[in-house]
Design a protein around this ligand. Sequence first.
Ligand code: CP
Length: 334
Amino acid sequence: MKHLLSTEDLSRDDAVELLDEAARFEQALAGREVRKLPTLRGRTVMTVFYENSTRTRVSFEVAGKWMSADVINVSASSSSVSKGESLRDTAKTLRAAGADALIVRHPASGAAAQIARWTNDGTDLPDLAPGQEQPTSTGPSVINAGDGTHEHPTQALLDAYTLRAKFGSLDGRRITIVGDVLHSRVARSNAHLLSTLGAEVTLVAPPTLLPTGVATWPVRVSTELDAELPGSDAVMMLRVQAERMNGGFFPSAREYSARYGLNDDRRALLPEEALILHPGPMLRGMEIGFNVADAPQSVVLDQVRAGVHVRMAVLFRLLASGGADAPAHHQSTG
Ligand code: CP
């Protein structure tokens, strides 16, 4: 695997291998005071974020550092992007500066895939001498850390990891994803990945917050949250993405919260063992009740912890898997 751009590209075997690898990293580091593996020593990983982030950027940075990579953070506001540099020039500049991996968040759907093409298609390489072979893929690996309303594949992987840690297998598990599906890259990535892993996924949203193409997704769709909760093994609440709504949305915030918010009364409709997930950042009092996020069934912070191990697994798979140091990759240097 060269890039991670979409969960639609992952077979069940790919996904299971990544989740197993993440579990091995978690085991290898459990209880250690010094969390440092030699796996990516000498490799350079750059996070390139054109949108704000806490969880994704920090956990990629932690993952890279725990694997001894050199991690460099580039943000649009503090780089030459703010002087008008194009996305293509920035990407090619970072490649020339030595990036082995670019972890990209951008408001435009498809941006990460476009960067993968610009930095890997070979068209910017110098002319080859007669008889010299064109290298097939010399550019950095690109990881999509959220592209517009399209995909957020490592979020879905960490969600699957969290669910698998509690349930064992996802086969036949009923996962209900609730809220602003229209603007959610998390919903799309999870719909595909959780289905690939055997879960039965139901999307619950007001009709105005469902994408037109949802009929092609491997999911069932409902508008009635109260009817879906009693049969759910897990409920994943989505953030209402005001930044993609041009100032307003329908239904109103008050109506949305009343019909689709996971408040204490609705939490009581869930089976006792059901899990509550949220990718964060949470809008408490909007899509999730103030106390519900901290309820015993909530695994919100487990999701964050899983994010580090899953991102270690992704970096390992793209940068080190099969490499010379692969057999030793779980041995600590500390
Ligand atoms: N879930 C998620 O992507 O959170 P951040 O925006 O904080 O990275």
